[in-house]
Design a protein around this ligand. Structure first.
Ligand code: GLN
Length: 502
């Protein structure tokens, strides 16, 4: 397996490798890993037509090489023959989409998500679906009907979630890039825990058509890769307004993503570090150390860093969970055994059918969230809580936008800690929710942010020794090009800070 998309495409063009060889090597690692007693459990399934698609790609490549049109072919299909990991909540026509939930077991998608269509038009091959927290609700990929996804760096640790499957697959080099989804950090968090790059784009830049909804005003597809370039390429292919998603939007400067270069103009770069995040009680000293190293790097390049006071950030977790769970309760009402979901039949009427179907089909965390969401939405009990959550969100949006009038990026860790041991927070929802402390403001403010693999915890760290630590670069809306260029500058100065390829 190659390490970057760029070198893979070069090897495909020159005939040094074939799409069949790439796909076969992914299948082989998947099959051999399954036998391990600490299996990663990143892929749940390799789609049954991947070798056929790879053969067809190889035939096109061979023909174009023979008649001298290979560059033209790859200009039209820049990812021809390149396999990628899909998350189990993104639709691929005719394939299972279960959101890692019992209620959707056996459900087959009737159409492609727009992001899948666009990648497929560029020649890329959806290799298979990857594990996730049920309905993307979680931060560790332990809340899955298929069991947890382990962290490839140390298999006793969680991969992070909810896009833990796609992320572990990339980190273990089973595949070059992967798709995840974010509602409140589900791409950046696993990227940080597994030591790879993970981008959450501006809300709207990637179409949500064909993606199973969790919190619709927050949901966004994200991309995981070994390098910023490997994120920029699929982003340029998938981005842009979509007829089927009215909240979608074009990404200005998407051309500069096609050949991503490292950021250079550091002397005029202004960085904001939110004071509130640096004062977190649970901030691991090793995470703080990695964060200080990143600040030192920025300073050595000539950037200016200020600590900024943004008290509203202290309310971001509360606002996020009120909004996300309310939207989730509403979105998940369609899984009732009538419209969607595996029906549990009975002779006692529809009400009992709903109850039995939903009691049987959803796991405990999803049920907890539906109950809280419906409670928050009910006017007579806590309707005002929802309004309060929304007004806090509006303030976060306003204050973050204002900050970007004076600063280019917000810099902060992705999470107060590195990955935790499997099971450590499983029965403690509050502790699990607090993993999202630094990520959810980004979703609430609808801005883009990239998790950058920036270092490791020390050998003596009691909770997590020698585990990766991610730092995030967040920019104003539609500034994907800038944050990716900054990440590329980091990557070029720090090769090897991500996960070593096995
Ligand atoms: N951990 C957060 C939650 O459980 C975020 C999940 C996500 O981004 N999908 O809601």
């Amino acid at each position: 397996m190659f390490y970057t998309i760029e070198e893979t495409v070069e090897a495909l063009k020159s005939g040094k490798t074939t799409s069949v060889a790439l796909v076969q090597s992914s299948i082989d690692t998947f099959e051999s890993d399954k036998k391990s007693d600490k299996a990663l459990n990143a892929f749940l399934e390799i789609y049954d037509d991947v070798l056929e698609l790879a053969k067809a790609a190889d035939a096109q490549i061979a023909e174009a090489r023979a008649n001298g049109s290979i560059d033209k072919l790859f200009a039209e299909k820049p990812l021809l023959g390149v396999p990628f990991a899909n998350k189990d909540n993104i639709s691929v026509r005719g394939k299972s989409v279960t959101c890692s939930s019992k209620i959707l077991e056996g459900y087959k998608a009737p159409y492609n998500a727009t992001v899948i269509d666009r990648l497929a038009n560029a020649g890329a091959i959806p290799l298979g679906r990857c594990n996730m927290d049920e309905f993307a609700m979680g931060s560790s990929t332990e809340y899955s009907v298929y069991g947890p996804t382990r962290n490839p760096i140390n298999r006793d640790y969680v991969s992070g979630g909810s896009s833990g499957g796609s992320t572990a697959a990339v980190a273990a080099n089973q595949v070059l890039f992967g798709l995840g989804t974010e509602t409140g950090g589900s791409v950046r968090l696993p990227a940080s825990y597994c030591g790879v790059y993970g981008l959450k784009p501006t809300y709207g830049v990637l179409s949500r058509w064909g993606v199973v909804a969790y919190g619709s005003s927050l949901d966004q597809v994200g991309i995981i890769g070994h390098t910023p370039k490997d994120i920029a390429t699929p982003l340029s292919i998938m981005s842009g307004a979509d007829f089927y998603d009215d909240t979608s939007a074009d990404l200005p400067e998407s051309d500069s993503l096609k050949n991503l270069t490292a950021y250079k103009d550091f002397s005029s770069l202004k960085i904001a570090v939110p004071k509130q995040f640096m004062e977190t009680k649970g901030l691991d000293p090793d995470v703080k150390k990695v964060f200080d190293d990143v600040q030192d790097w920025f300073k050595s390049k000539g950037a200016k860093i200020d600590s900024v006071d943004l008290p509203i950030l202290d309310a971001s977790i509360a606002s996020y969970y009120v909004i996300a769970l309310s939207e989730a309760a509403s979105n998940l009402s369609r899984f009732d055994g009538i419209r969607y979901g595996n029906r549990v039949d009975n002779k006692n009427g529809y009400d009992q059918l709903y109850v039995d179907t939903r009691s049987d089909g959803f796991g405990p965390e999803v049920k907890r969230r539906i109950i809280i969401g419906n409670y928050v939405l009910s006017e007579q009990f806590s309707g005002p809580t929802y309004k309060k959550g929304m007004s806090v969100r509006a303030r976060i949006q306003r204050e973050v936008a204002k900050l970007f009038e004076s600063y280019d990026i917000i810099l902060c860790p992705v999470c107060p800690t590195a990955a935790f041991k499997l099971g450590a927070k499983y029965d403690d929802p509050m502790a699990m929710y607090l993993s999202d402390l630094y990520t959810v403001f980004v979703n609430l403010a609808r801005i883009p942010s990239i998790s950058v693999p920036a270092g490791f915890t020390s050998e003596t760290n009691e909770a997590a020794a020698k585990m990766p630590v991610g730092i995030q670069f967040a920019g104003k809306m539609f500034s994907e090009a800038k944050i990716l260029q900054l990440a590329q500058a980091w990557e070029e100065d720090h090769k090897g800070c991500g996960v070593p390829v096995k």
